[in-house]
Design a protein around this ligand. Sequence first.
Ligand code: COA
Length: 420
Amino acid sequence: MGNKKLGRGVAVVGAGMSKFGSFPGFTSRDIFVDAYKDLLTTVDKGIDPKDIEAFYLGNYSSDLFEGQAHLAPIIANWIGLSPIPAVRLEGACASSSVAFREGMIAIASGLYDIVLVGGIEKMTDLPISAVTDTLATAADIPYEVNAGFTFPGFYASMATAYMHAYGATPETFMKVGIKNHKHGSLNPKAQFGQKISEIMEIKRASAINKGKPAPTWETELDFLSDNKSNPLIAWPMRLYDCSPVSDGGAALLLVSEELAYQFTDHPIFVIGSGAASDGPLHARSSLTSIPSAKLAADKAYEMAGVSASDVKLAEVHDCFTIAEIIATEDLGFFEEGKGGKAAEEGQTSRTGSKPINTSGGLKSKGHPVGASGAGQVVEVWKQLRGQAGDRQLSGNPDLGLTHNVGGTGQTCIVNIFERR
Ligand code: COA
């Protein structure tokens, strides 16, 4: 099939996001305004919004979460961009990576020079049972959901299979959560801005204040192994193995390579992009890997002309802690079955050899599903420009990757970014 290339180069010249969290009383359009305003402050030489030619919005299900469909023109109008073309794209939890890819392709084709890509989800208005049901509509309803599966259940099955195949333990998964909360504690936009150790001390103080016996936890693993402080959601996935229910938005300004330096002296170029699809989880031969992720990664590496070892940092889809471990193997960072060990050894921490989810990941930064892919790009963009604040990686990283999964891998998109 040959090595596919973009018709012309595409750069990201602005990247912003709202805080992720729970924002009662605010709609998705309100939250997107925060992301868009943040983006505008990041375009070094400024952007006249009148120059934006099209808007690609990733959103999973504003219909069910908020009772509002047709969100792209509504948000475009709310931020003053009517009458440009505005289209909403849906790829479950990969919706804004789908939007990113379509925006990128539109520029590469020559159709547009300047495009706004966004992602938004407002999940917290519904009770948790309705959130779970809404998320489950991204799975196979007759063959999976009607048999009792929900997303925690799917990833619990993958975790169980991984434990069986490679000897991982629940502590292996806990260490991913500890690491991502530590990263998230350095990210002011994260939903959970605290390390597990800090949460543990808050819970201890609260118990004592209420006159209850002081908990005996000594370590973060003690806290995470306690059924009260870290209840089981779907064995072996506990509360702190799950990404939360979140509200949030993210926005990116994409331009053609020729125009990039009109907006900034430090553009970040998209040098590789791969996408793939698959059937539902129940029909797969293995539960310990996501085939669409491997395929998308292969295509992205091939287009970029780089390999896994060249990647300095990656934001990967850790909707559950097991998902991060599998992602680091599917992306070729570690051999199959070795990702869990690598996480335990600290190789994936900010100071490790392969920093993963420096933003805190979906686990700690939050997972407003339609915004998560665009949010990943915000982090990589900041890291590659040396603007990630307290969580900035040392060593001046020049190559970063995003990996965004829809459902259990029915959709996967991998993008590779470079600072030249
Ligand atoms: N990680 C850590 N803490 C969490 C959390 C999470 N994922 N979700 C909620 N909490 C905390 C809350 O902050 C709250 O803390 P507090 O008591 O100190 O105030 C406490 O747990 C209870 O929160 P609540 O909102 O009542 O939790 P819940 O039981 O409604 O939801 C889950 C917990 C795990 C069921 C929910 O987060 C979930 O469904 N996550 C998965 C989402 C998902 O499937 N996404 C798509 C992936 S493909």
